[in-house]
Design a protein around this ligand. Structure first.
Ligand code: PGA
Ligand code: ZN
Length: 417
């Protein structure tokens, strides 16, 4: 049973305060989890409760911490940690709002994840086993090696340029292929007199003129590292288009583009570069455009909905009904509980959407999402570049899991269309 819950304020990878939660059980075992935080957030995400006022520029989370230590602590006392669905439902009900704004999604998610950890620890099994059982698969990792948009001052409108080792036979080899490419890219940037400092997600943030310049650099880096673009290593992008669109206009690379022009642009680059996946190619408010994008490119590449679905099963169902995207990004703190994230994944599977588990641009050392991705057989994960420990730790956790699974370890296959 749950004995008591203790939350505290800690700091994330951007120096912002966030919630860490310890859940203690009556059998003496316990679990800890901490909550990440986004920068390019979707409008309909569950609410991250911040204190406001002067302290820490209003970003403090002491109210959320207090909500855990008082209200949620009493609410969950004596509940079974093994009934994740009930624990999450109790918190959702007690919160009483549609977007978790009263208790705070940061408070609720911290508890939700820490309860799962405590339960796994109590059974003395790894978290991925507890949440997933047997027949587990490692996800194909997507590494964000060039950062733009809100995550860096590189001046590039597209937020993320990712590479993924689709040809790797296992996770370790995939990671090695990416490490080779990452170091090659770094040297290339240096030789060209470009910046090699990294952005929020550990990717380089060079001042580039255009998306195409970044894509060409990636192709060159993959080749120079000794791999075949599109066969060994492919490219994915997250333009996070909500961030550069307003009133139906896309302010992209110095031009004002319509939704149709953005779609034509994506068609053009997909034809020129080994791009297999585009996330949030259009704004979260441009459902008609996103539907059209799906019609035009959906049978050629993966189209991932992040800000447009915000891991919210209700909104996602609407998107499925309207024929929007063919993949969903899963960020636990967008919805605020482990159970609802699982519901979104199940919904995706039922409707032939692929799933990509995701970190946030503000992260902690918590590797929960690595175990979660394996447990859910999610197929894909993105958790930054192979730099910055709060990102790399998650990739390292897959190495440990792969080692533990031994001969039964397999890596998810990506169907290149
Ligand atoms: P965020 O970025 O964590 O800043 O929202 C990640 C993403 O857009 O996928
Ligand atoms: Zn995104």
């Amino acid at each position: 049973k749950i004995q008591f819950i203790k939350a505290r304020e800690v700091f994330d990878s951007r120096g912002n305060p966030t919630v860490e939660v310890d859940v203690h059980l009556t059998d003496g075992s316990w679990g800890r989890a901490s909550v990440p935080s986004g920068a390019s957030t979707g409008d309909k995400e569950a609410v991250e409760l911040r204190d406001g006022g002067k302290r820490l520029k209003g970003q403090g989370v002491l109210t959320a911490v207090k909500n855990v230590n008082t209200e949620i602590d009493s609410l969950l006392a004596d509940q079974s940690p093994f009934d994740q669905a009930r624990v999450d439902a109790l918190m959702i009900e007690a919160d009483g709002t549609a977007n978790k704004e009263r208790l705070g999604a940061n408070a609720i998610l911290g508890v939700s994840m820490a309860v799962a950890r405590a339960a796994a620890n109590s059974l003395n099994i790894p978290l991925y086993r507890y949440l997933g059982g047997v027949d587990l698969e490692l996800p194909l990792p997507f590494f964000n090696v060039i950062n733009g948009g809100k995550h860096a001052d590189s001046g590039i409108d597209v937020q993320e340029f990712l590479i993924t080792p689709i040809g790797a036979s296992n996770f370790r080899i995939g990671l090695e292929m990416v490490a080779d490419t990452y170091h090659t890219l770094k040297k290339m940037l240096k030789d060209k007199g470009l910046e090699t400092a990294v952005g929020d997600e550990g990717g380089f943030a060079p001042r580039l003129k255009s998306t195409e310049e970044a894509l060409s650099l990636l192709v060159e880096a993959i080749e120079t590292a000794g791999y075949e673009p599109g066969k060994d290593i492919a490219i994915a992008m997250d333009p996070a288009a909500s961030e550069f669109s307003s009133d139906g206009v896309y302010n992209f690379e110095g031009k004002k583009l319509t939704s149709d022009q953005m779609i034509s642009y994506y068609q053009e680059i997909v034809g020129k570069y080994p791009i297999i996946s585009i996330e949030d190619g259009l704004s979260e408010h441009d459902w008609d455009g996103f539907k059209k994008l799906t019609e035009v490119l959906g049978d050629r590449i993966q189209l991932v909905g992040d800000d447009i679905f915000v891991t919210n099963p209700e909104i996602f169902q609407e998107g499925i009904d309207k024929g929007i995207a063919n993949s969903i990004l899963i960020k636990l703190n967008q919805i605020g509980t482990v159970s609802e994230s699982i519901a979104a994944i199940k919904m995706a599977r039922k409707n032939n959407y692929t799933t990509m588990i995701s970190h946030r641009s503000g992260e902690t050392g918590d590797t929960f999402i690595a175990d979660f991705a394996v447990a859910m057989n999610a197929g894909q994960i993105k958790t930054g570049s192979i730099a910055r420990s709060e990102r790399v730790e998650k990739y390292n956790q897959f190495l440990r899991i792969e080692e533990e699974l031994g001969n039964s370890a397999k890596m998810a296959h990506f169907d290149v269309k």
